[in-house]
Design a protein around this ligand. Structure first.
Ligand code: NAD
Length: 304
């Protein structure tokens, strides 16, 4: 039997990623503050731990998939955190937690001879299920080479640098594009629908033309046109990514005009649709009081 892996944070992303690791034959020790979250994995043979520290006393390699920078920091460094474990040698953080927290946690753990592998992912819940995530890794080259077989179970690993925080920066660059694509595609679709174009036809044309992007190819056909709003990424997390992105830009002395406008639209969605809404509800927020609903044919006729 191979060495157990630890996994903390069994949410929308953590659950399918941990599931793939089990499928690949890795015994797992799991922890989540929400007790129900780990149940399906425990049924499949994973061992339930009572704290992050316990996970880190049972496994040398621990992966985390946690919602916010402050939670990553407390799970890594808090009194019941991973740093309090007796066996852990490396923490592979798959969360989007921003470059500063990555650098801080890496430095604190280095003092305990625990390697921090800054390793955020992109590709959504569907990519997590299929094992096709882009994995953006910043750590020592030798550590990256050691982890490659494991990371290939969840997706395609890229070594983006040695300095912790560079993986996070890569992820923020990616999510600025993905958040902007969803925001502007929602506005473009509203415009076309209000003028009388059929939403499904518009998506087909855009995807055959130069306007195509991750929203037109993925979120609109699968989640927005059918009015399911079920992509599996919370608005609060998308807004967090834009916030972190603009904080970094400011710290670097850069003015990002379009990114600032995109952030405002995500803040409006956060306020109007709620932090826990699926991020595809930005379409509803953009529709506002226009009298239009951007719907696919199977989901009913576009009103207005
Ligand atoms: P989520 O909110 O669905 O899951 C987070 C999990 O962490 C929850 O089960 C929660 O109970 C658990 N948790 C919170 N605090 C904890 C603590 N102190 N100790 C242990 N467990 C704790 O979030 P998600 O959508 O799975 O995203 C996880 C991370 O991955 C985020 O940083 C997000 O930005 C990033 N991400 C998400 C997606 C996506 O499409 N959902 C895609 C790429 C990256």
């Amino acid at each position: 039997m191979s060495e157990p892996l630890g996994f903390v944070g069994i949410g929308n992303m953590g659950a399918p990623i941990a599931g793939r690791l089990l499928d690949a034959g890795h015994p797992l020790v799991v922890f989540d503050v929400s007790a129900g979250a780990t149940a399906p994995l425990v049924e499949r043979g994973a061992r339930q731990a009572g704290s992050a520290a316990e996970v880190a006393s049972l496994a040398e390699t621990v992966l985390t998939s946690l919602p916010t920078p402050d939670i990553v920091e407390s799970v890594a460094l808090g009194p019941e955190g991973l740093g309090a474990g007796t066996r852990i040698k490396r923490l592979v953080d798959l969360s989007t937690s921003g470059p500063r927290v990555a650098a801080r946690v890496a430095q604190a753990l280095a003092a305990q001879r625990i390697a921090f592998v800054d390793s955020p992912v992109s590709g959504g819940v569907a990519g997590a299920r299929a094992g096709t995530l882009a994995v953006m890794v910043a750590c020592e080259r030798a550590e990256f080479e050691r982890l490659q077989p494991l990371l290939r179970v969840i997706g395609k690993p890229f070594h983006v640098g040695e300095r912790p925080g560079l993986g996070q920066m890569m992820k923020l660059v990616n999510n600025l594009l993905s958040g902007a694509a969803l925001a502007i595609t929602s506005e473009a679709m509203l415009l076309g629908a209000k003028a009388g174009l059929d939403p499904e036809t518009m998506v087909e044309v855009i995807n055959a033309g130069s306007g195509r992007n991750s929203a037109s190819q993925d979120k609109f056909p699968k989640s927005i046109l059918p009015r399911r709003f079920d992509a599996g990424f919370a608005t609060r997390l998308m807004f967090k990514d834009l916030r972190l992105c603009l904080e970094e830009a400011e710290a670097l002395g850069l003015t990002l005009w379009v990114a600032s406008a995109v952030r405002q639209l995500w803040l409006k969605t956060f306020n109007e649709m709620g932090p826990d809404s699926d991020f595809t509800t930005i379409m509803r927020c953009v529709e506002g009081s226009s009298g239009i609903e951007v719907r696919g044919r199977a989901a009913g006729r576009s009103s207005g």
